[in-house]
Design a protein around this ligand. Structure first.
Ligand code: PHE
Ligand code: NA
Length: 441
């Protein structure tokens, strides 16, 4: 095994880890998936439950992945083998399958962002929201979508095959600020729209009646979105922490990653809903097309909107690239470490398989939605749940010791963290998973 006889890869610079983790977290989950989940799950009620999941479940669960990775210095399958025995070995497998499913359609959606960047350069954004909706439907599926999916996958494969991820650091340094600046600018524009007031009420004021009526679908959707957006539940954060040789303060790092990720998603919501409400469109209607329809309409309405839009969608495509790289990296590290396959053949073979699995999603939005719901609300939550049980109940001694490296004596906070994982986190994930399965079947 490579980790035994050759020195394992590690981060080149002090900040390499945090940049890669932010690069993984910030992606289509924030810009594409978050607003359409809010729209489908009734607005503020979803936002409230989502934020609770981020803070009360996502934060402790990210620490679990970080300590498991840094302690074992292994890929997710190897890490699980080292931490548990018997059936636990198979949990790493769930991660690998999950990553494979997610990346297949993630790449299709990333293809849409490339298409919309080009659409800006063609001055093709339509200011009329209904026309923009029709345009999205015509662009999102079909041969062109398959070709763009292939193009995106090819770029991901090239980066991972040649191990040139060092470039991520630079990309993230430019990208995250760029997304924030453009999104804040757009949110200010959205604030001036006629429907803004109504949209803010919908988005920011949780309607408790909606919550009471629809909690059975809101809870699993919020849990799935929290895991998806933070790159949790499939071993990405575990793998990235496994390359750490340094005793960083993992609690501070988690807070930084979560802070950036949540801020970006939140700001995108401040753009999407005012645009939809102003046009009188039901926020649930555009579904997976929500940002493409609403942002394209907003860009279509603005002077130089074509240019701002092209830059924005291109930036999102690059953000999607750094997330996709992290997903593929987990699958590749498994094949290299556990199967002894070379990096290039492993990457190319996976890329081919991912391209094929993504084709149905590029042909039918309903299929994309099925893959997405299954991966998110079931597979990611299941992975997070099992890892929490293993680390929280069976390996808590090493977990606290590992977290203390780089922080110092945690005192009661260490126990508070472990007990949070043991009871409330596990209970919340169990409820979400059960509701997710019931909703899916
Ligand atoms: N967190 C990424 C996003 O928000 C998606 C992702 C999920 C990446 C799971 C890695 C693992 O777009
Ligand atoms: Na995210």
């Amino acid at each position: 095994m490579s980790s035994v006889d050759s020195p394992r890869e590690s981060w080149a610079t002090r900040l390499g880890f945090i940049f890669a983790a932010v690069g993984s977290a910030v992606g289509l989950g924030n810009v594409w998936r978050f607003p359409f989940q809010v729209g489908q799950e009734g607005g503020g009620a979803f936002l409230l439950i989502y934020l609770l999941f981020i803070v009360l479940v996502g934060f402790p669960a990210m620490l679990v992945e970080f300590v498991a990775g840094r302690y074992t210095e292994r890929n997710p399958v190897g890490a699980l083998k080292q931490l548990g025995t018997g059936l636990w070995e198979y949990v790493g497998w769930i991660f690998v399958v999950t990553g494979f499913v997610i990346l297949s359609y993630y790449s299709v959606v990333a293809g849409w962002t490339i298409r919309y960047a080009v659409l800006g350069l063609q001055d093709g954004y339509l200011a009329d929201v209904e026309a923009a909706e029709a345009q999205f439907v015509s662009l999102a599926v079909g041969l062109e979508a398959i070709l763009l999916h292939a193009l995106f996958m090819a770029v991901v494969v090239t980066v991972v095959a040649f191990g040139v991820e060092r470039g991520i650091e630079l990309a993230v340094k430019v990208l995250v600020p760029a997304i924030i600046v453009i999104a804040v600018g757009m949110a200010i524009y959205a604030f001036t729209l006629e429907g803004a007031g109504e949209a803010y009420t919908y988005y920011l004021a949780p309607d408790l009646e909606v919550l009471a009526d629809d909690w059975r679908s809101i809870v699993p959707a919020a849990a799935g979105q929290a895991f998806f957006t933070l790159s949790l539940g499939m071993g990405v954060m575990l793998t990235y922490a496994s390359y750490l040789q340094e005793d960083r303060n993992l609690a501070t790092d988690s807070a930084i990653i979560i802070g950036f990720d949540t801020a970006i998603a939140f700001i995108v919501g401040l753009i999407v809903f005012p645009v939809l409400f102003t046009a009188g469109v039901d926020p649930a209607a555009p579904g997976p097309g929500a940002i493409f329809v609403s942002l394209a309409a907003a860009f279509g309405d603005l002077t130089l909107g074509w240019l701002v839009g092209a830059v924005f969608f291109a930036t999102v495509a690059v953000a999607a690239l750094s997330s996709a790289i992290s997903l593929l990296e987990v699958l590749v590290s498994y094949l290299i470490d556990e199967r002894g396959i070379g990096r290039v053949p492993a990457t190319v073979a996976l890329g081919g398989g991912l391209f094929v699995l993504g084709i149905p999603s590029a042909l039918d939005l309903v299929l994309l939605d099925l893959f997405d719901g299954f991966a998110d609300q079931i597979l990611l939550v299941l992975g997070g749940l099992l890892l929490s049980v293993l680390v929280g109940w069976r390996r808590s001694d090493l977990a606290i010791t590992e977290l203390e490296l780089g922080i110092g004596d945690l005192g009661p906070y260490g126990d508070a963290w472990i007990w949070a994982v043991r009871i409330p986190v596990i209970a919340a994930l169990l409820v979400a998973l059960t509701l997710g399965i019931l909703g899916y079947i």
